[in-house]
Structures are given as C-alpha cells and as structure tokens.
Design a protein around this ligand. Structure first.
Ligand code: GSH
Length: 201
C-alpha cells in the first residue's frame, strides 16, 4: 500500500505515526505528493487534491485522515481506536477537537502567507480564538486523554506539534502545564520524533 503525503502535513503525520505505532512500515510505503503541484497520482484518487490519501492493494483508495486512521488501525488486533463503547467516542471526540485545531491553524497559516494588506483580520482573529478556546478545553480535560496512548492523544500531540511549527506565537504552553507535560511525553516517542516536519520547511 502507499500513503500519499507531505512531510509538513499534520493530517498525514497522524497517519504516519499510527503506521509506526502499529508496526506497519513494511506494509505501507510513504510517497511524497505535493498537493499544490496537482500530481496525477493524487488527483486520480482524491478529487479534493488533498493529502493524506491511501492507495490500498486491490481496493478503493481512502482519503481523509480519520478514515485512513480507522483503516490502518483495523489491520492489527492491538487497537488505538477502541472498537466500541464509551472509550471509542471519547477517542474520536478528542481526535475531532485536535483535527479542528489543525483546520483553524492551517487556515490561519494560509492567511499569514498572504501579503499583509491582503490578510483578513476578522478570520485570523476567529481562528486564533477557536484555537485558544480548544486548548483551554483540552487543558481542563487532560485527565481524560493523558493517561493512555490512543489515537485521541496522538491527534492532540500532532496538533500541539503543528502549533510549534506554524504558530509558535500562540505560546500554547503558557498557563497550560498539563498539556505541556502531556506533549513532552509524546515527544519522547520514536513515532513522534521520526515524523517531525523538516526544520527548513
Ligand atoms: N480533513 C483532511 C484535511 C487534509 C488537508 O487539508 N490536507 C492539506 C495538507 S496539510 C492539503 O492537502 N491541502 C492542499 C489543498 O487544500 O489544496 C484530513 O484530515 O485528511
């Protein structure tokens, strides 16, 4: 199988970390596909033109990181997404919050790459407020995800890493000791370290 990805995409990073945690690196090859170049291999399986996208052997390709993560997780008995019950909804809820932070932070990044006089302050403020509120919620609920390693925690760790990468001015650690300690724990894991975005990007 092939995962179309970029090294800077946090959504792809979630999938790449799960592949490592699930010991599937020999089964799933990572192939760089730069969405802004509109490469044929990406557009032929994802009309949205976004990474990540997973080309499966003898089956339809899958798109969207939550769906791809569900599939990757199903390849092993040892689950990072519980199959059922309250814990499943807890993990998926935290993934949704983390992915939402990413959506806001990626949107903000797009605004910030425009020339200053073309930036839309209204949206930047909304995006920054949404990120701040979500981080505050995660800080207050840290006991619900910090005690175990699962996809919810992984998605949060990836979102925090993306803020360090593209929005360091957020100073997200300030006043958020529990989130900060949680991130440090994840940052020690080989799956996290080997998927760090390149410093030069
Ligand atoms: N909901 C999607 C979001 C994927 C996404 O937005 N990927 C970005 C890279 S970080 C992308 O491919 N952007 C290219 C574009 O929007 O044209 C997921 O979770 O996989």
């Amino acid at each position: 199988m092939k995962l179309l990805m970029t090294e800077t995409s946090p959504y792809a990073r979630k999938c790449r970390m799960l592949i490592r945690e699930q010991g599937l690196t020999a089964r799933i090859e990572e192939v760089e596909a730069l969405p802004l170049d509109d490469p044929d291999d990406l557009l032929s399986i994802n009309p949205l033109g976004k990474v990540p996208a997973l080309i499966r052997d003898g089956a339809t390709a899958l798109i969207d990181s939550p769906l791809i993560c569900e599939y990757i997780d199903s390849l092993n008995e040892d689950r990072w997404i519980p199959k059922s019950g309250t814990s499943r909804w807890r993990v998926l809820r935290f993934q949704a919050i983390a992915d939402g932070i990413l959506d806001l932070a990626v949107g903000r990044r797009v605004e910030m790459t425009r020339p200053e006089d073309k930036r839309f302050e209204f949206w930047i403020e909304r995006q920054e407020n949404g990120i701040r509120r979500s981080l505050d919620l995660l800080e207050s609920e840290a006991d619900k995800f910090a005690g175990a390693f699962d996809l919810g925690g992984m998605a949060i760790a990836v979102a925090l890493g993306y803020l360090d990468f593209r929005y360091p001015e957020s100073e997200w650690r300030t006043g958020r000791d529990r989130l900060s300690a949680f991130h440090e724990k994840w940052a020690e894991r080989p799956s996290y370290q080997s998927t760090e975005p390149p410093a030069s990007a």
